[in-house]
Design a protein around this ligand. Sequence first.
Ligand code: ATP
Length: 271
Amino acid sequence: MAQSLLKKKKPVMAENKTEAKPTVYDTKKLNLWYGKTHALKDIDLEIQERSVTAIIGPSGCGKSTYIKTLNRMVEMNPEVRTTGEVQYRGRNIFDRNYYVEELRTRVGMVFQKPNPFPKSIFDNVAYGPKIHGIRDKKILKQIVEKSLRGAAIWDEVKDRLNENAYGLSGGQQQRLCIARCLAVEPDVILMDEPTSALDPKSTLKVEELVQDLKKNYSIIIVTHNMQQAARISDKTAFFLNGEVVEYEDTNLIFSNPNDKRTEDYITGRFG
Ligand SMILES: Nc1ncnc2c1ncn2[C@@H]1O[C@H](COP(=O)(O)OP(=O)(O)OP(=O)(O)O)[C@@H](O)[C@H]1O
């Protein structure tokens, strides 16, 4: 499949490495069980701010579970048990006195299938700020415009803000969901296969948007599409059977992987 992604092996030069940025998430020896299923095993990952981190790996290897742990969404399942730490900006999110609401305000999420609310385009974006107590119509208008511009969809919807969001195309709905995320000014955006339900043109738009958003946000994206990981991410983590096999600068992982299993996966030998 992705043979072309793996260029001829070259010795790795230190200067090929991207410069380290401050850490936003530091996962230490994270283990997670769904009942008896051990889905995440001793995950150690340090994620840098204002960059795009791709999580790749075959189906069932724990990618979604990992990112749903970062905003504690996994906890909605009463069977889930975790050990280890996930530090967000230096604080363990599993600490008893860590408010999950606070975490979710800082960490937004975009899902595989666009999931706008059955409301107008305007109300979809204004929803979060309203929940946070913003009532002033002028301020809400400003937030909505800024968020829609930030999600590169303003020009397409500015004349139909009061129309139902369900009238938008799938790609537009996904960018609207990104705008809804931006409206509460998050720090991190988690994306779980955000383009898998989109056509190639909409996929390209979302990929361009992700590249643009990383100037201001830290983005962690699960993707099955290795070309996409290679195109848009700075670092890539390759998961297999609940473990991180390799975590490296994306250009290195796709040109000179350290582990044979990574090489086999990115060249399409399995998965
Ligand atoms: N709600 C759940 N209850 C029980 N087991 C689960 C649950 N969700 C996931 N699992 C199991 O945890 C493991 C990891 O699943 P996860 O969905 O995180 O993988 P994934 O890499 O995101 O897969 P895919 O690419 O197919 O979405 C799998 O063995 C899966 O069967």
